[in-house]
Design a protein around this ligand. Structure first.
Ligand SMILES: Nc1ncnc2c1ncn2[C@@H]1O[C@H](COP(=O)(O)OP(=O)(O)OP(=O)(O)O)[C@@H](O)[C@H]1O
Ligand SMILES: [Mg+2]
Length: 574
């Protein structure tokens, strides 16, 4: 929590000014009952004063009451504005840092937190922290001042009546405390259920097509209704409990008032004093109810703050290692590489291969066989469990990450495009020249369809490029990977939506225009990789075949089987 609260530091001046104004407002509010008492007891009921003096003093004290009321009002309004300002800016800074940090988390850390959880930390959790800070600044100072100040002033007026008041305060306090304490876990439950609702909403929005395609809209609506009903029921439970606090506190107050009036009558107190005490009661009661609400937001906010801090404190320090070098004449080399995502069973086992600059590696294998994992390790999204991976003869763990990643141009499997123009998507903030962009668009076989778009390269893509076809998206992703003429080009299942002719034209253009780039091509189709200098056939994390196409046809039964199946399918499709 300290780290989160540290974000208020730059706005210390605003916070202090706000609190000072709150203080002035609270003190001014406390003087109202006193002034009222003076008017009733010392002016109106004073037989020693003439009628004109009574009028004069009533006006003076009434004027003072007006000043106090205005001070309390203005002080509160300005203080609240300052509070909103400082808590809002603090939340902005916190969210900014959290987002930044999230961008620098490595893949393992992202897996650990989970993407939906990272989203809710950035959205609802930072909102709860904002609520905690804003409410605490607004009420956290005012309420204690009103309670202690009210008690002190009450004691200066009448010790016996003040004792009645003092006896009521802990009673009200304990009642509110017990109710709030029971409601806090229910509020946490509400928080968790809100997360579930957000997750469901996200799933439904992103999966809207599948849901429609499978005619599952009604089913999803029913499931969503279950989630919201559950959330509403929990919220109802929490609010039902909290709604007890006001009537119970008022009941105690009214009982206290009866005692106060009886004691006042027995002790011969004036109506003004009793009226002033009535006001003290109301002020203190409201302050205690406000404190109970702060209690809830602090509990909720501090849980959110610790969820945010666990991300902020994640170690994203770049670790540049000092592992032994490999063969500098090779562009890429995997030496005895094994890796496991969960640390239990290996997803890749003893992988060995090397490529010279400008060569092409093809990786083929069934779903889940480890093809994308090879790329994840090569680009160092994860560190190897055993063995070493070298790029230009240097272990990938010895590179500063930015230097290593600069070598790559990559189109990931199911990659994303931004809601921006075609050109901005291909350039992706790298300030590439027109020439580079056009060359990449041509080579990726995207020219024809890009020219057909309204505005060509300036055509704006919808969110997730929903206004493009699957094959068009893939071509733009390939263009983006190519645009900076990378040393190593990685295409992970990037031509699966291209027809055979376009795929073949792409391969030819790659060989011609980007001859010096070393290429790693993951594919399901043998035709996409058959011209590669080396093809790896993966099966459940093991290499079951390695070599050129012609060799594999003879040496790897699985490869030969895939080939014959695909050739058959191709012939049938032709
Ligand atoms: N982030 C991850 N956390 C845990 N396990 C993972 C993760 N990513 C992949 N795996 C597991 O590792 C194995 C290899 O996955 P990988 O993504 O490399 O397969 P693939 O060959 O690329 O499959 P596909 O053809 O479907 O893309 C699979 O069993 C998969 O479940
Ligand atoms: Mg994959």
């Amino acid at each position: 929590m300290t780290k989160t609260l540290g974000y208020l530091k730059p706005y210390g001046g605003t916070v202090v000014l706000g609190l000072a104004l709150k203080f002035v407002g609270a003190v001014a509010e406390l003087f109202l009952p006193l002034l009222l008492e003076w008017i009733i007891d010392d002016v109106a009921a004073n037989p020693l004063l003439s009628d004109s003096d009574k009028l004069k003093w009533t006006l003076v004290l009434g004027g003072l009451m007006l000043v106090c009321a205005v001070l309390a009002l203005v002080g509160n309004i300005i203080a609240n504005r300052l509070t909103v300002k400082s808590s809002g800016r603090m939340t902005h800074d916190l969210r900014y840092d959290l987002f930044r940090k999230t961008c620098y988390l490595d893949s393992k850390q992202v897996d650990g937190f989970g993407v939906p959880s990272l989203i809710s930390r950035l959205t609802s959790d930072s909102y709860y922290v904002n609520q905690m800070v804003a409410r605490t600044l607004r009420l956290g100072v005012r309420a204690p001042i009103l309670i202690t100040g009210g008690l002190i002033l009450a004691f200066t007026q009448d010790v016996i009546l003040a004792c009645v008041l003092l006896a009521c305060v802990p009673l009200v306090g304990i009642t509110i405390f017990l109710i709030t304490k029971r409601s806090i876990p229910i509020y946490f439950e509400v928080q968790r259920k809100q997360d579930v609702m957000v997750r469901r909403t996200q799933e439904n929005v992103t999966g809207v097509r599948v849901i429609k395609a499978l005619s599952k809209s009604e089913y999803e609506v029913e499931k969503f209704e279950d989630v919201t009903r559950d959330l509403a029921a929990t919220e109802f439970k929490a609010n039902k409990l909290m709604s007890l606090s006001n009537p119970l506190a008022t009941l105690i107050l009214n009982l206290g008032l009866v005692v106060l009036i009886v004691v006042g009558a027995v002790c011969g107190n004036t109506p003004g004093t009793v009226l002033a005490f009535l006001q003290f009661f109301v002020i203190i009661l409201n302050a205690m109810i406000a404190l109970s609400k702060i209690f809830v937001v602090i509990s909720r906010g501090s849980a959110s703050a610790s969820r945010i801090e666990s991300v902020l404190e994640a170690d994203t320090e770049e670790k540049v290692g000092n592992f032994p070098d490999g063969d500098a004449s090779k562009k890429i080399e995997f030496r005895g590489v094994s890796f496991s995502y969960n640390g239990v069973e290996n997803n890749l086992r003893n992988l060995n291969f090397s490529l010279y600059s400008g060569q092409t590696l093809g990786i083929i294998g069934a779903t889940g066989s480890g093809k994308s994992t090879v790329i994840n390790l090569l680009m160092r999204f994860y560190d190897v469990g055993e063995g070493q991976i070298f790029v230009d003869g240097k272990d990938v763990r010895n590179y500063p990450i930015a230097e290593l990643r600069r070598k790559f141009g990559v189109a990931f499997q199911n990659d994303f495009l931004m809601a921006a123009s075609v050109k901005e998507n291909v350039d992706y903030g790298r300030n590439l020249s027109e020439e580079q962009i056009n060359k990449a668009v041509d080579c990726a076989q995207a020219r024809e369809f890009v020219d057909g778009l309204d505005g060509g390269l300036e055509f704006d893509l919808a969110q997730k490029a929903n206004n493009l076809s699957g094959g068009q998206k893939q071509r733009l992703l390939i263009a983006r990977a190519l645009a900076a003429s990378p040393e190593i080009l990685i295409l992970d299942d990037s031509s699966s939506a291209l027809d055979y002719a376009t795929d073949a034209a792409l391969r030819k253009a790659l060989a011609r225009e980007y001859a010096s780039s070393t290429k790693v091509i993951v594919a399901q189709r043998i035709s996409s990789v058959r011209h590669a200098d080396l093809i790896l056939v993966l099966d459940d994390g093991d290499v079951i075949g390695a070599g050129k196409h012609e060799d594999l046809i003879d040496s790897c039964a699985e490869y030969a089987l895939i080939y014959s199946t695909q050739m058959g399918a191709e012939r049938e499709g032709a």
